[in-house]
Design a protein around this ligand. Structure first.
Ligand SMILES: Cc1cc2nc3c(=O)[nH]c(=O)nc-3n(C[C@H](O)[C@H](O)[C@H](O)COP(=O)(O)OP(=O)(O)OC[C@H]3O[C@@H](n4cnc5c(N)ncnc54)[C@H](O)[C@@H]3O)c2cc1C
Ligand code: FES
Length: 477
């Protein structure tokens, strides 16, 4: 199901690229990261062209909950414990600067996008001391944060940590308004990237600078992003007839939820799992049950889901793509905080292209990854991939075609081969390849979305086999 954002933002209609093109900067992907990068580059006098496989905003940006905040869960405690004070302070400063840049752009470009200043809160029902520590760290970064033991939430809390002057907005109204003055080609998928040449179905682009803002980089070598990121999926309900909340909330307990007012709706998100690991389903049902408990009589107006790339240390990969490709840049691994991360990425990459340096480059440097420092995380990702691959070769399907009830899918033996089969509500069967075209892992059925999801790096496909989410770049028909 589409998000609420698509109802109220005028769709952009841009032509596909039809011929060869030369430009200063080519940006792959028209989500928030790509459009903001094009915006800042244009401001600095650089000709930037956005190449978007579908429509701008049709990726995760169109399905976000769109909180613009530096309150990224318990990020300060995590960074302080694992990477030290300097990195923590730099990360906080970059996020704070990103919020102020949104304010500035909305004001100077006069963008009507429901931009609203709000308080962003972390809450816990269990251990208030964890929030008090996060508060102390925030204050050590110069960020005011207030701890309280009561909140406007419809259940008792043990603690709430409040950050004033954060914001929310309508992500697609903002994106499309900003895109108006930019050079964009839609329905233009980049099929291949070779140094300064990008290849599409109809034309080649030659660019001095290439920016991968396509959510998950689809080039496997160099960069090895597939070995040091995974994707996590979350589910969102748009609720009506709830008590009105003023603030935005994020629960730090294992059963915590995210809440955020949006006009007549209250958005509630949760049900997180690694993409490709939801065979049992029930994520929407869990959210619905909790919503009914918190807000008796609530109506569910809409439901949708989205996913984001997670790095081992919680910091996005923003900067130079790899040492061997000095004119390539990347913005990925936003860890479900891509509103501020997209702005930070756009400004950082613009600074690298225009000035050769950025004060935030060392913090987000994709090259901070070394086999020694990240050995544990890389080993875990590789183990996952090996499991997914070996499943494809050695796993014998547990289900048979006849045992699949209507409305269910599973990996079965079909005409002597392993296949993904979905039997729809009318009894018709839809057969796809069980192997992911990215690196060959076996796909898994996601009953909540009726999609085929890859447990290795999170590519997704609908039951007809069409590509939904990358890094895969083709379907599985
Ligand atoms: C449930 C959920 C809630 C969230 N809520 C928040 C929030 O409240 N606040 C926050 O800060 N963050 C939030 N996030 C994270 C945020 O939504 C994302 O980090 C952000 O939208 C990512 O933007 P992007 O531009 O990197 O990717 P996308 O928006 O996915 O854009 C990438 C684009 O690249 C295109 N593309 C891919 N491959 C190619 C190719 N080969 N050629 C051309 N184009 C290509 C795609 O079609 C797509 O349009 C949330 C995430 C989830 C999962
Ligand atoms: S997403 Fe990488 S193998 Fe499927």
């Amino acid at each position: 199901m589409e998000s609420i954002w698509t109802d109220s933002a005028v769709p952009s209609l841009r032509d596909p690229l039809q011929t060869d093109l030369r430009t200063d900067a080519a940006i792959i992907g028209g989500g928030l990261a790509g459009i903001l990068t094009a915006y800042w580059l244009k401001k600095r006098g650089i000709r930037a062209v956005v190449l978007e496989a579908r429509q701008i905003g049709s990726g995760q940006t169109g399905r976000t909950t769109a909180k613009i905040t530096l309150q990224h869960g318990l990020i300060l405690s995590r960074l302080s414990d694992n990477l030290g004070e300097k990195t923590m302070q730099g990360y906080a400063a970059a996020s704070e600067a990103a919020i102020r840049s949104y304010e500035q752009i909305v004001r100077t470009e006069n963008i009507d996008c429901d931009f609203t200043q709000r308080t962003a809160c972390l809450y816990t029902k269990q251990v208030p001391e964890i929030l008090q520590r996060e508060q102390a760290l925030a204050e050590s970064c110069g960020i005011p944060a207030e701890f309280r033991t009561q909140s406007e939430l419809p259940f008792p809390v043990a603690g709430v940590l409040r950050y004033e002057n954060q914001a929310s907005f309508h992500p697609l109204k903002f994106l499309r308004a900003l895109a108006d003055s930019l050079e964009i080609y839609e329905n233009t998928q980049i099929l291949q990237a070779e140094e300064d040449i990008l290849i599409t179905q109809r034309g080649k682009i030659q660019a001095k600078h290439v920016i991968f803002a396509c959510h998950y980089p689809f080039v496997n070598f160099p960069g090895l992003y597939f070995a040091r990121m995974h994707q996590e999926r979350s589910y969102v309900l748009a609720l009506e007839h709830t008590t009105a909340l003023q603030g935005m909330y994020y629960g730090i307990d294992p059963d915590g939820y995210s809440f955020r007012p949006a006009g007549r709706y209250l958005l509630m998100a949760g049900g997180n799992h690694r993409a490709g690991e939801n065979d049992a389903g029930g994520a929407y049902q869990e959210l619905r049950t909790a919503a009914q408990c918190f807000f008796p009589g609530v109506a569910i107006a809409r439901q949708w889901s989205a996913q984001d790339c997670m790095t081992p240390d919680g910091i996005p990969y923003i900067g130079r793509f790899a040492a061997s490709t000095p004119n390539w840049y990347v913005a990925t691994g936003f860890g479900k905080w891509g509103m501020t991360a997209s702005m930070a990425a756009a400004e950082l990459i613009t600074d690298l292209i225009c000035d050769g340096e950025s004060p935030y480059a060392p913090i987000f440097d994709p090259g901070r990854f070394t086999l020694t420092a990240s050995a544990h995380a890389v080993a875990a990702e590789m183990a996952h991939a090996v499991q997914g691959l070996s499943k494809g070769f050695f796993h014998i399907p547990q289900k048979t075609l006849d045992s699949l009830p209507m409305g269910h899918g599973g990996i079965v033996e079909f005409e002597g081969q392993k296949a993904g089969v979905y039997r729809d509500e009318q009894g018709e069967i839809h057969v796809v390849s069980a192997r992911c075209p990215h690196l060959g892992c076996e796909l898994a059925w996601n009953p909540d979305e009726k999609s085929w999801d890859c447990p290795c790096h999170g590519s997704r496909f609908d039951f007809y086999g069409n590509l939904l989410d990358n890094p895969a770049q083709t379907g599985i028909g």
